[in-house]
Write a protein that binds this ligand. Structure first.
Ligand SMILES: [Zn+2]
Length: 404
């Protein structure tokens, strides 16, 4: 066989193997016969692939009484607990590391300050922190990979950073560089897009194939999941909804334009509005306390006029943009993540009303905004990136090639 033919055979093996693993992961416990029916693979191929998956400990057999009576049937299910991974968030001057097992359970978490620095010292420092974490928390465990998320823009397919708001990483093939120094596969991606995937695999949109997560925090972003995958264009990031123009006379945004959504509804924007009004002499319970998103939400829930007005206006703007997203993608579910979810009983009805009035009736029918599950877990996206590597075959193939 030529080299190209060998590469083709390898690719077919990888595609078939991941198709079988995906079916066991999503439909398990499932019989080999049913896998063959659903995957359209020959029963002999299914037997061969499941044998390899069993040898690697990625799946196990369950014996149970067949519904038709008679001899006992064997079903297959995935094994998650022995497989561990390190999820990293390279945030804004902060590094978060979590050790998860593949079921989504977190076993250890570290949070460290990570100041801005030049690239030549940044990469060795990042490597050292991850390697130390592995040494302290994951010694002796079966570690599959590292999943690293960050704000900014990434080319996840190429493992390359396009822009980070704090660190000089533009153009750096971070997955390859870290992977080589750590001796582990590394997957990178944008934090919000990866959180949307985590909600799909483990959280509030597990039961739908098409969903949108809108996250309001330092900025405003979205992750769009279509057919169970992050919607993207040629490996580039999309869904930068924070930079949709909503106010012709708005403030200047970090992106250089004026009146972007995030200049009006991101945490910093809401706190800035509150501070401005307080300085003007508006009466509010917020005058006597430290101004935080938590304080703003609590004051709004206690009917503080100033806090209520600020959050209602933000919810209307957010609803307006969410209606646009719903008209574009017609998702089965829309999730919201961010500190303003603390005022859910005030904010959600306003967003839902805007969605009802401003998106196509057929698109928002039965659509109710839901709070994302992983509000407080900033590294969860790293777990999702590794799980995606398994389900889509790339990481699965590497594990299958290891000696069990
Ligand atoms: Zn902008």
């Amino acid at each position: 066989m030529t080299r190209a033919q060998i590469a083709n055979v390898d690719l077919v093996k990888q595609v078939n193997c991941s198709a079988v693993y995906r079916l066991i992961d999503s439909r398990g416990p499932i019989s080999r016969v049913r896998i063959a029916e659903l995957s359209h693979l020959a029963p002999a191929s299914v037997t061969k692939i499941t044998r390899s998956l069993l040898e690697q400990g990625l799946i196990r057999e369950l014996e149970h009484q067949a519904s038709t009576g008679g001899r006992r049937a064997i079903s297959l299910t995935t094994v998650t607990h022995p497989f561990h991974l390190v999820a990293v968030k390279l945030g804004r001057e902060e590094l978060r590391l979590t050790l998860y097992d593949l079921s989504g359970r977190a076993h250890a978490r570290h949070v460290l300050p990570f100041p801005r620095r030049e690239q030549d010292v940044l990469l060795p420092a990042l490597h050292r922190h991850i390697a130390d974490f592995i040494q302290h928390e994951a010694a002796g465990l079966r570690l599959m990979a590292v999943g690293l998320v960050m704000p900014g823009l990434t080319d996840a397919q190429a493992g390359r950073v396009l822009a980070h708001p704090c660190y000089p990483l533009a153009g750096v093939p971070l997955a390859e560089r870290l992977g080589a120094s750590l001796g582990l596969p590394v997957f990178i991606g944008n934090d919000i897009r990866a959180q949307a995937l985590a909600e799909h695999y483990y959280g509030a949109s597990q039961d739908c194939l098409d969903s949108v997560l809108v996250s309001v925090h330092h900025g405003v972003g979205a992750g769009i999941i279509t057919e169970g995958r992050i919607f993207k264009s040629q490996g580039r990031d999309v869904a930068e909804i924070g930079h949709i123009h909503v106010d012709p006379l708005g403030e200047r945004c970090d992106c250089g334009n004026f009146g972007c959504l995030e200049t009006m509804v991101a945490d910093a924007a809401l706190l800035r509005q509150a501070r401005h009004m307080l300085d003007q002499g508006y009466h509010s319970s917020l005058a006597e306390q430290e101004l935080t998103m938590g304080a703003l939400c609590r004051a709004a829930l206690e009917q503080d006029r100033l806090a209520v007005n600020i959050l209602c206006q933000a919810a209307e703007r957010l609803g307006q943009v969410m209606a646009i997203v719903i008209n574009l993608f017609n998702p089965q579910r829309v999730l919201l993540s961010g500190a303003l979810c603390e005022a859910e009983s005030l904010v959600f009805p306003i967003i839902n009303k805007a969605i009802r009035h401003q998106s196509l009736p057929g698109f928002h029918q039965g659509q109710v905004l839901i709070r994302a599950r992983f509000q407080d877990d900033q590294t969860i996206g790293g777990l999702a990136l590794v799980k995606r590597g398994l389900l889509e075959g790339e990481l699965l193939q590497r594990i299958m090639e290891q000696k069990s």
